[in-house]
Design a protein around this ligand. Structure first.
Ligand SMILES: [Zn+2]
Length: 308
């Protein structure tokens, strides 16, 4: 994937848009600490109280009033962290909005009515409390891809059931869609290659570059792709935002975008010499034939249903 395609928040929230699910270390550590405070170590509140009493006795009045942290220590004693965790206060990095849900899980555990693993329940509720970063992230990306703000709001990304519907399309397919949203096609422009290619289909647009923002509007690209995918008439003349599945997408739109992703990369990476020869000779007949051949192959694999 080209550098800077995704940021940390979107990487650890790929599952919210149907991508791979990655364990976030900061949340995992928070869940471990909560589990230790509630289940593994006993009487952390007593230990914390004892330390606070000793602090009042041994530290200067001013220092004891501010903290139980001995002078020179980088952080509070472990039992103080555990005591806070047992009351639902999460370590730095885990999301503070999850505290109420964390307290519910702890109460369920203490009432002995929990059937699943305490730590996995805690991880789930803290993860669920993390705001979905995708609408904001994609608003920014669409400025690059479309040259303007999205014409249709991206509310559907946070709809209930959106992620599970996406997962039904398969993680590998959704990762291709997500890479398209993130402007992460391996174009010579995006990879800052020494040799920056023009449109590899040789369209007549003056200054057409080998970049995704061009391919979303390239008439040759979409004429060939729509023909190979047998796109319904209603899906031929649609906006770039629709083509990239960010304007009330239909199942067919996702399949066509996956096909576009695969065909572009098969052509640019698998037939690079032929592409460069075509650009040099300004003769793209062979490239167009290859594009159609590849499109028909991938369409037969991925455009399984044309539910529109
Ligand atoms: Zn073009």
């Amino acid at each position: 994937m080209p550098p800077n395609s995704l940021d940390t928040n979107t990487i650890y929230n790929l599952d919210k848009v149907g991508g791979v699910k990655l364990t976030r270390p900061s949340i995992y550590v928070a869940a471990c600490m909560l589990r230790a405070a509630v289940k593994t170590l006993a009487h952390v509140e007593d230990l914390a109280k004892e330390l606070q009493a000793l602090a009042a006795e041994c530290l200067s009045l001013r220092a004891a009033a501010e903290s139980t942290r001995p002078p020179g220590w980088d952080s509070d004693a472990f039992c103080i962290h555990l005591e806070r965790a047992s009351n639902g206060f999460l370590p730095r990095g885990a999301h503070a909005h999850s505290r109420v849900q964390v307290c519910h899980v702890i109460k369920d555990f203490q009432r002995d009515i929990m059937k699943s693993s305490l730590q996995s329940r805690l991880y789930k509720v803290i993860s669920a409390g993390t705001p979905n970063p995708w609408p904001n992230f994609l608003n920014g990306r669409l400025h690059t891809l479309l040259g303007s703000a999205p014409h249709t709001p991206l509310h559907f990304l946070t709809d209930q059931g959106f992620a599970s519907n996406c997962r039904k399309r398969g993680i590998s397919s959704m990762m291709m869609v997500i890479k398209s949203w993130a402007n992460a096609w391996a174009t010579s422009d995006r990879l800052h290659e020494d040799l920056r290619l023009p449109c590899i289909l040789g369209c007549c647009d003056s200054g057409a570059k080998d970049c995704l923002s061009h391919y979303l509007t390239c008439s040759v690209f979409w004429a060939l792709l729509n023909s190979a995918c047998r796109s319904p008439a209603s899906r031929w003349d649609v906006s770039s935002q629709s083509k990239i599945c960010l304007a009330d997408p239909l199942p067919f739109d996702y399949q066509r975008l996956v096909c576009a992703f695969l065909v572009y990369h098969a052509l640019k990476l698998g037939h690079r010499k032929e592409v460069e020869s075509a650009i040099k000779a300004d003769d793209f007949d062979r490239i167009h034939s290859l594009f159609l051949e590849l499109s028909r192959f991938h369409a037969s694999e991925h455009v399984l249903c044309q539910v529109v």
